[in-house]
Every structure is written in structure tokens, then in C-alpha cells.
Write a protein that binds this ligand. Structure first.
Ligand SMILES: NC(=O)c1ccc[n+]([C@@H]2O[C@H](COP(=O)([O-])OP(=O)(O)OC[C@H]3O[C@@H](n4cnc5c(N)ncnc54)[C@H](OP(=O)(O)O)[C@@H]3O)[C@@H](O)[C@H]2O)c1
Length: 318
């Protein structure tokens, strides 16, 4: 596993982080507490020292606290505020100063911690100024509840505005082989400002793991089936890409997941890939990508496969 500086904090984080959304089971019908705890333990055993969670991820923060209570582990926890859930699970924006402070206190309670290393604004709240949300996180830092600030799902203009009020340590955008929009402007800006880039969806919700067959039928309650990339012609074209990529990973004697994660963390300016998992073997395969250096000819072969695939429909579900 490679370890990298987290912004200007002096902290180091693993290049593969465990994304703790799937273990909550909120949009995954096939998750139970035992598997979730085992997956978290496997992540730590594989050298992962960076856990990504959020107030809106249901029980995820409590599961992390439980696993960390069993061992002494030097782990950086990132959590997020600004999105909340109704009692029946629907997500809504809640990023006012009052909301963020309440959610942060709630996260610390669930995590059984007095402070957290990194606290992200999960998303801008259309009903609240960004200045208010950024100011609230700056106050949480002053209060000693949060050591550093992050922001997720913001445009470059919004990131600049946030950074001027509350200096950013990390951002959290979507990034993977098929979603590379941040490469043109956001990544260069982060490099110049020494802001870490911790990316979500490295496996495109499992699509780039290659384990979902062309005939895969998503179970009721599986949140993925509403995304265009898992449907119709887009799905078939994505499967063609997976076939091409699998030839490359087979040639190297590694799993497709390991290749995809290694590619992600080797891209210039990427600090860490937040890899979601529900099973121990899954996070082990992803973690293996954090310790693998791909040769230039492998990277070129991946680029060829991607240009053959062409632009993808990766918009969120409606
Ligand atoms: N800031 C934000 O708004 C935001 C949004 C999304 C995610 N995130 C963060 O980023 C993390 C990653 O996103 P994600 O979890 O949605 O997607 P992801 O990491 O792209 O994909 C995770 C899914 O891929 C499958 N998978 C993982 N490892 C595998 C392996 N070795 N072989 C086969 N399948 C494998 C599993 O699903 P199956 O077993 O069902 O196939 C798993 O649930 C999240 O957990 C969360 O921490 C943040």
C-alpha cells in the first residue's frame, strides 16, 4: 500500500481508502452487520488507514467505531455533513450552520470520538449560502471538533469560494475511467493549492469490477438499476469496455478491480481512491491496487480501450 500526504495537515493516508457507504446497506439489500464488520476489519488488515463515511450513511459511523474499539489502529476518519435523511430513508440537503453543527456532534457521538481528522461539506445546499456552510465548518475547526475541512460535489467556482472562507485540505469528486471531468481544471487547481483529491466511484459502483455479467438482473432495492450506465445500450457498451480491460488484467495475472484501482491512484493529482465494498474479499482486491505500479505500456493499453469505448453516459439517476 502507498501512503500519501493529506493536504498540508502532515497526516498520511493510504492511497486506497475504504468507502463506507455500501456497508450501511441503505441501497444494498444483501448486506448484514457481520459482513460489514468483517469488511471493515479486512480493510485495516490490508493496510487501509483512511475510512470515508458520512452523517447520511446510516449505521456506517457506528460500525467504524465498533471495529476501531477492538484494536489500536492509526486511522484517519473522514466524515461529511450537509445531507440528512428522513425516517423512511429519503436524502435531503441540510447544510445550514445549525444543521452542520448538529450533524457533526451526532457523527462524533456515533464514532465515539472527540474530533475527526477531516470533515467534508457533502454537497452545497441550494437553500443555504455556501459562505454559511463553509463558515460553519471553519467554526467546527476552531472548536476542535474537526481537524481539517473538505468539500464534495462542488464546482471549481464553488471550491474557490469555500477555500477563501475555510481553507480546504481535501475535495471529494467522482472520478474513474469513464468520469474524468476533473482532469481539465479541478485537478490542476488542487495541485497548485496543495489540496488532496480523494475520489469516489473508482469502480463506478461495481461496473468496472467486471463481476456484473451482461445478463445481470439487479435485485429489488439495488439503487444502481436507475442509473443510465446500467441500462440498455450504455450497459452493453460498458460491458464491451470491461471485456477489453479484462484482457489487460488477465495478461498481468491480476483481477480487473486491482487494475482499475491501481490505474486510478496512479493518475496525476489523485491522492486516494475511496473504494466501496460489502465483502472482505472485495476490499482486499481493491487494496491490492494501492500497492501496484502499472508500467507505461499498460497505461497506454488502458487509454486505447477507453478511446475505443468513447464518451459514456454517467449522469446520476433521475
Ligand atoms: N461524496 C459523495 O457524494 C459520494 C458519493 C458516492 C460515494 N461516495 C464515497 O465513495 C465510496 C465509493 O463509492 P461506492 O461505494 O458507491 O462505489 P464504488 O467503490 O465504485 O463501488 C463499490 C461497489 O463495487 C462492488 N465491488 C467492490 N469491490 C469489488 C470487487 N473486488 N469485485 C467485485 N465487485 C466489487 C460492490 O458492489 P456489488 O458487490 O453489489 O457489485 C461495491 O458495493 C463510497 O463508499 C463513499 O464512501 C461519496
Amino acid at each position: 500500500m502507498q501512503y500519501r500526504q493529506l493536504g498540508r495537515t502532515g497526516l498520511c493516508v493510504s492511497s486506497v481508502a475504504m468507502g463506507c457507504w455500501p456497508v450501511s446497506g441503505l441501497t444494498s439489500p444483501d448486506v448484514n452487520v457481520d459482513d460489514s464488520l468483517a469488511t471493515l476489519r479486512a480493510a485495516l488488515d490490508a493496510g487501509i488507514s483512511f475510512l470515508d463515511t458520512a452523517w447520511s450513511y446510516g449505521t456506517s459511523e457506528e460500525l467504524i467505531a465498533q471495529v476501531l474499539s477492538e484494536r489500536t489502529a492509526d486511522v484517519v476518519i473522514a466524515t461529511k455533513g450537509g445531507l440528512d435523511r428522513t425516517s423512511d430513508g429519503r436524502q435531503f440537503h441540510a447544510a445550514s450552520s445549525v444543521d452542520l453543527k448538529r450533524q457533526c456532534d451526532g457523527s462524533l457521538r456515533r464514532l465515539r470520538r472527540e474530533s475527526v481528522e477531516l470533515y467534508y461539506l457533502h454537497a452545497a445546499d441550494p437553500a443555504v449560502s455556501l459562505a454559511e456552510s463553509a463558515g460553519a465548518i471553519a467554526e467546527l475547526i476552531q472548536a476542535g471538533k474537526v481537524r481539517s475541512a473538505g468539500a464534495s460535489n462542488l464546482t471549481l467556482a464553488q471550491l474557490r469560494e469555500f477555500h477563501a472562507i475555510c481553507p480546504l485540505t481535501a475535495i471529494q469528486p467522482a472520478y474513474n475511467m469513464l468520469q474524468r471531468e476533473i482532469e481539465s481544471e479541478v485537478l490542476p487547481w488542487c495541485r497548485a493549492e496543495r489540496i488532496s483529491v480523494c475520489v469516489y466511484w473508482p469502480l463506478l459502483k461495481g461496473l468496472l469490477s467486471g463481476r456484473l455479467s451482461r445478463e445481470h438482473v439487479f435485485a429489488d432495492g439495488d439503487g444502481r438499476k436507475k442509473y443510465p450506465m446500467f441500462q440498455g445500450q450504455e450497459w452493453q457498451r460498458n460491458q464491451d469496455l470491461v471485456d477489453e480491460l479484462r484482457q489487460i488484467s488477465d495478461g498481468l495475472g491480476i483481477s480487473l478491480t486491482t487494475l482499475v484501482v491501481a490505474w486510478t491512484v496512479q493518475q496525476c493529482g489523485i491522492t486516494s481512491a475511496l473504494c466501496g465494498a460489502k465483502r472482505s474479499w472485495q476490499i482486499r482486491e481493491s487494496a491490492a491496487g494501492g500497492g501496484l505500479q502499472l508500467h507505461p505500456e499498460v497505461l497506454e493499453a488502458v487509454e486505447r480501450a477507453l478511446s475505443q469505448r468513447g464518451p459514456a453516459e454517467t449522469r446520476a439517476a433521475v
